[in-house]
Design a protein. Structure first.
Length: 416
């Protein structure tokens, strides 16, 4: 029987399978793109927002229809390669003040120098995206905001840099700045200049029992109480029992929290602060045990609670639904949101990126969402569409902006 069937070479069989797989892949991709187009076609405002925030528009596309685009939205679009555009061209759209303040643009020392007389230095000198280095600090020292710089963590901090401009710094800001190269030597070198109040809250210091004891009377104990970097232990807590600020301690996630410690100082704790602390050993039992002590507004925003539909429904009248709607720790799903839909704040939910986002999920609650807020963190795969497909969508829909003829807007993408 086998002699009656022509044998197919293995290589040909493989090629045939590859071709079939390619056809299937292309077909599935086209179907997926069609689904995306249909999704956006039914939701013009969401499409408009996603287009401006996520689609990789070229400079030619931006330039052709610059007066019809929302440049405030476009300025947040990181899919656009701004590095290819001229500074003068960008500034003509953004304005020099807005451009000077944008931390995400392709900053270089050369760029700062080239347009040093055109920048809005009130905005530029507080721009965290600048390539801060010693040379630039020295060159523009008379234009800088030294108080702001003192708090800024992305400077090339060193003891020499501090010494170089010793009388210009804001030493309160420096004392709070965790990016300085903190060690015993640095603390001693500028001991007369530090603010111990701000040092007390700085988590980057080389904290130890020795350091704590060495300046016992100089620390701000309220700030120390909230500092998670101290070498916390039950022994240290008990040793300075009367010095601690118990309100600040209640919000400190680094304490060795336990039910025993909670019960041991029951009347000292600030229960409002405790209610917002995610490090407590949360359980349904613990919640029920101190039912009247908790601050339910703070509890509502605490992501560490043992969240469940049962927990939510068990205390419907106690929760702060505004805070709850912003809580990423809640196991958000269609069932839960459906059952609590009347209590939820849908504007807050729209801005929550931790929801199980998908076109189907969006469609289920489509009358409740705020498209502008959803589009800040979701693109719904708009970037998988081609320029031509986006142009087709623009032609088909009225995106709700009467000044923009959809046929003309399609020219942005080179489609008549």
């Amino acid at each position: 029987m086998s002699t009656l069937v022509a044998a197919i070479p293995t290589s040909q069989l493989s090629n045939a399978l590859v071709q079939r797989c390619d056809i299937v892949r292309v077909t599935l991709s086209e179907l997926h793109q069609t689904e995306i187009m249909q999704f956006f076609e039914q939701r013009p405002e969401l499409f408009f927002q996603c287009l401006h925030r996520h689609f990789p528009l070229s400079w030619a596309q931006l330039q052709d229809q610059s007066d019809r685009l929302d440049w405030k939205l476009l300025s947040a679009n990181r899919a656009i390669d701004w590095s290819h555009f001229g500074v003068e061209q960008l500034a003509s759209q953004f304005g020099w003040s807005r451009f000077s303040a944008d931390a995400h643009l392709p900053w270089t020392s050369e760029l700062v120098e080239r347009f040093q007389d055109r920048w809005d230095w009130g905005c530029l000198r507080r721009n965290p995206g600048l390539p801060w280095n010693v040379e630039m600090i020295d060159r523009y020292y008379d234009r800088l905001d030294w108080a702001w710089l003192s708090w800024h963590e992305r400077l090339p901090w060193s003891a020499d840099l501090l010494e170089r401009h010793v009388d210009r710094w804001d030493w309160a800001g420096l004392s709070a700045n965790s990016a300085l190269p903190w060690n015993w030597s640095l603390l001693e070198r500028f001991s007369s200049r530090w603010s111990y109040a701000w040092l007390s809250g700085n988590s980057a210091l080389p904290w130890s029992t020795e350091l704590l004891e060495r300046h016992l009377e100089r620390w701000d104990w309220a700030r120390l109480s909230g500092n998670s970097a101290l070498p916390w232990s039950l022994e240290m807590l008990e040793r300075h029992l009367e010095r601690w600020d118990w309100e600040c301690l209640s919000g400190n996630s680094a304490l060795p929290w336990s039910l025993e410690m909670l019960e041991r100082h029951l009347e000292r704790w600030d229960w409002e602060c405790l209610s917002g602390n995610s490090a407590l050993p949360w359980s349904t039992e613990m919640l029920e045990r101190h039912l009247e002590r908790w601050d339910w507004e703070r509890l509502s925003g605490n992501s560490a609670l043992p969240w469940s539909i049962e927990l939510l429904e068990g205390h419907l009248d106690r929760w702060d639904w505004e805070r709850l709607s912003e809580n990423p720790g809640v196991p958000w799903c269609i069932e839960l949101m459906d059952r609590c839909s009347q209590q939820l704040n849908w504007a807050s939910l729209s801005g929550l990126r931790h929801l199980p986002w998908s076109p189907g999920f969006y469609e289920y609650f489509q009358e409740r969402w705020y498209p502008a807020l959803v589009a800040t963190h979701q693109d719904f795969e708009i970037c998988s569409l081609s320029d031509e497909q986006v142009a087709q969508l623009l032609i088909k829909m009225n995106v709700g902006r009467s000044e923009c003829d959809s046929q003309v807007r399609a020219l942005i993408f080179g489609v008549a």
